[in-house]
Design a binder for this molecule. Sequence first.
Ligand SMILES: [Zn+2]
Length: 287
Amino acid sequence: MLVSAKEMLQKARDGKYAVGQFNINNLEWTKAILLTAQENNSPVILGVSEGAGKYMAGYKTVVGMVNGMLEELNITVPVALHLDHGSYEGAKECVAAGFSSIMFDGSHYPIEENVEKTKELVALANEKGLSIEAEVGSIGGEEDGVIGAGEVADPNECKRIADLGVTMLAAGIGNIHGKYPANWQGLNFDVLAEIQKLTAGMPLVLHGGTGIPEDMIKKAISLGVSKINVNTECQLSFAEATRTYIEAGKDLEGKGFDPRKLLAPGFNAIKETVKEKMELFGSVGKA
Ligand SMILES: [Zn+2]
């Protein structure tokens, strides 16, 4: 059964480790992540962006697939199904479809509007027993495209959003979605410490986890980051393993074109990446 992310994240915060959010794109992705979580006795959060939800034929299809797998694969570790970077409407749709966790990303709204909409969705999530993640906007040069400082939030705005009763909070601490530029200045631990102080133990979420050095990840966890989002890295390992298989001509040998064979190397590569992340985040054995 799907669970809210609340308890697993509070335990992670208290135990100084982080739970990985791994974004899913299809059946292979979902199965690989769930099996790896079970094998490593780790709690896990399945992330679904609005685009991926659409791709997988809608939120109800996703809920049906995930619930079916939990039962048929005998998954007993805590699993949350979470909307990633949800819009106001998308968040409501996912609540109705049976997600156990939502993110409302109001970071692009002025702070007052972000507060109003987040407040409304917190009430809805509480009513249904779901966890809710909110995001605070970044200050400074986002418009310039890629900048070395990354996304940085205002700690006082973080406090305003945290005080609304959200379960976990995403705030820029110098992280970047997608590829990190050569001039990246690293995570801003001063801002992270300030946010942690002002939000009084709120589990914090680190987005854009692909490409952050391991020592910075560990330090961020020690300063209150309890959830880390992984997306691009699984896509890269899946693509690389699939490319290797095809370039070796394996799809032309025997029944190598069978999707169950063709997609197997990518499936295994996702499992390997997820396991590495769970070990790095410290969530192995914490289910
Ligand atoms: Zn994100």
